[in-house]
Design a binder for this molecule. Sequence first.
Ligand SMILES: Nc1nc2c(ncn2[C@@H]2O[C@H](COP(=O)(O)OP(=O)(O)OP(=O)(O)O)[C@@H](O)[C@H]2O)c(=O)[nH]1
Ligand SMILES: [Mg+2]
Length: 203
Amino acid sequence: MPSKRRMIIKKAELEAVAVKPSQYPEDNMIEIAFAGRSNVGKSSLLNLLTNRKSLARVSGSPGKTRTINFYRINDEFRIVDLPGYGYAKASKAEQATWGDMIEKYLENRQGLKVVAQLVDVRHAPSKQDLQMYDYLKYYGLDGLVILTKADKVSRNELNKNTAMIRKALDLKPEDRTIAVSALKKTGCDVLLTEFDRIIEGNR
Ligand SMILES: Nc1nc2c(ncn2[C@@H]2O[C@H](COP(=O)(O)OP(=O)(O)OP(=O)(O)O)[C@@H](O)[C@H]2O)c(=O)[nH]1
Ligand SMILES: [Mg+2]
């Protein structure tokens, strides 16, 4: 079947690194953010989509991304890499700062269309995943779930776990789950087609 995907990422640059709203880019360009627990693969996915090895820092040790990172794509929209939660070594104070930082961003960001929730396809969503997703529903930013590390499961497990995760997050039939693998470089086309839809306002 021919791909209906319009988007080709030609240009990607880190535009801003923020811990507070005064550091956000000032205009209302469309934004799609990535949320998920630390180590789930947010930064790796950004590198996969932009076909850049190290646009975003990736690490084997969780807690790599501690700031809100705004990536400007094709001068058309932004992908926003949010700091991961559930980082075991983070102190109480750090976790509070994290919550505050995320909430401020979700609360009043005009251009923000959707927050893609990333979940490791091998595991049931954690308590914090469920909390995060509820939060996204509250702000009307839900509806797109990205299942990461698809290379780590068989096709059978992928189907089984997708159904399990959809159920746990209580997804509606029209909500999308898209499996990706940064290692095998799969899932990009489907995801970029979804981005097209979001940007064109057809969802
Ligand atoms: N096998 C496999 N490993 C992956 C995949 N995506 C990410 N990883 C690995 O998972 C680890 C964490 O990836 P990151 O992209 O840094 O995760 P993150 O969500 O940005 O983490 P924080 O910045 O801490 O929030 C790294 O060791 C990656 O190489 C994938 O699709 N398949
Ligand atoms: Mg990261």
